[in-house]
Design a protein around this ligand. Sequence first.
Ligand code: GLN
Length: 559
Amino acid sequence: MKHKYIFVIGGVMSGVGKGVTTSSIGKILQAKGFKVNPVKIDPYLNVDAGTMNPTEHGEVFVLGSGMECDQDMGNYERFMDVNLGNADYMTSGMVYKHVIEKERNLGYSGKCVEAIPHITGEIKRRLEESAKKSKSDISVIEIGGTVGDYQNIMFIEAARVMALKNPGDVLFILVSYLPVPGTLGEMKTKPTQNSIRMLNSYGVQPNFIIARGPYPLDERRKEKIAISCSVPTEHVISAPDIESIYDVPLNFEKEKFGTIVLKSLNLKAKSRADNLAPWRKFVQKIKSSKEEVNIAVVGKYFDTGDFVLSDAYISVIEAVKFSAYSLGKKPKLTWFNSKDIEKGQMSVEEFGKYDGIIVPGGFGESGIEGLISTIQYARENKIPYFGLCYGMQLLVIEYARNVLGIKDANTSEIDPNAKNLVIDIMPEQKKLIAEGKYGATMRLGSYPAHLRKDSIALEAYVSAGVLPKEGVKREISERHRHRYEVNPKYHIRFTEGGLVFSGVSPDRRLMEIAELPRDKHPFFLGTQFHPEFQAHPLSPHPLFTAFFKAVIEKSKKNE
Ligand code: GLN
């Protein structure tokens, strides 16, 4: 079989769910027995997403390789239960940088280097490389932005040429939006028609139109779009707003979308089994989990209005859901800005009402003291506490200050002159920073850790089936994105003072998990890594699940 490419492009406006559509198409084709690799194209000029502000752009997702990329990559990994690689992600910045560097190195033998064919050629080369590396049958490629943007034209052009040269092997799917203006109360197709016309002007005719909108598409409008846009009616797929994004693959299947896509690619399903059954069960569980547990998420990025939070912490939110649903509970998250605690606008006592507290990752100094008081309150009042990355470092600082009596304990990120830097950068990083090489000082991507016997962490991974019950192999691998570490000079003081480092790097220099034993606290645990990046719907993260088991116990007491 020749490799097939499906391009997903957005029409009318951004934010209508191209990422979920791409993930869902991948999911249903996987279920039909194909090996599918998703690819995200971000048209901006950043070379990766590492420098982007999460409150503006959403979460920076980290791949196992350490690449910092768009949050959509997280969606693909979660829906399709895959681990993606560097070749599956590209930005305009990456493409241009490569072409310019090649030109500087005389890689074009003196030719004039131009957008077409050199930029488009590099895009095609990258797409082919990602197909080859993943050994897939079909690539599903999401082109970021919307038809009509300046920035994504080169990518659409590269796709057009690929389609021209490989007739029958390339499909275009337009994810469009059909608004229902309040004053009219009627669904309008015109913006979609205009998007398609615009796409046509680039020489691309979409094969499918996904009609996103507040309601399902009726037959009349389906036909209208089909005729005005020259596609068969059954190639117009209704995709109304729904409660859970995880319903989307199942809704697509109701319209036989997978089968029609395969037919358009001249393919027949490789598997006739009901491979979506576990997914259906998971979606069912979302719906049947009615009983709520209340989680306070306390952070420092929460001052730009509630609506952005779901993007800035999407992997945390999804990880929470997977574990809670797997235990039949519905998580209710309440967001707190730790600066409000510092300003005296709220008291930590407020957290007494919650069944659990999460402090997610973060950078910089604002709001930190508020977080430390939150953690102290959780520890002293035995409220299940889960700290992710910064949330672990602050747990360590809180323990040093309030249990070990090291009053000025701090991290060099906040006060490099503090006498007791219990969180610090490692000596080898200091050298790089002195040379101004900040980028190279982050610990990014997957690193192994060894788990301690008789720890809450080990028990969590064993009971989730990730590690065997018996045996010597107690190694896990988790993704990182941070610069600072627990200072090795203080390891012994912490251990003697009752804090357990239940996950450590193989050379025992880096502390990966800190916890209190269960006889001291029901769940007081922090991870230097980001467990949320590896939580998937059908395999929830062991530590989130262990946290939720403690949360459920606490909720029984709160009733
Ligand atoms: N700011 C901390 C560090 O750089 C934690 C980072 C994070 O939470 N991702 O080490």
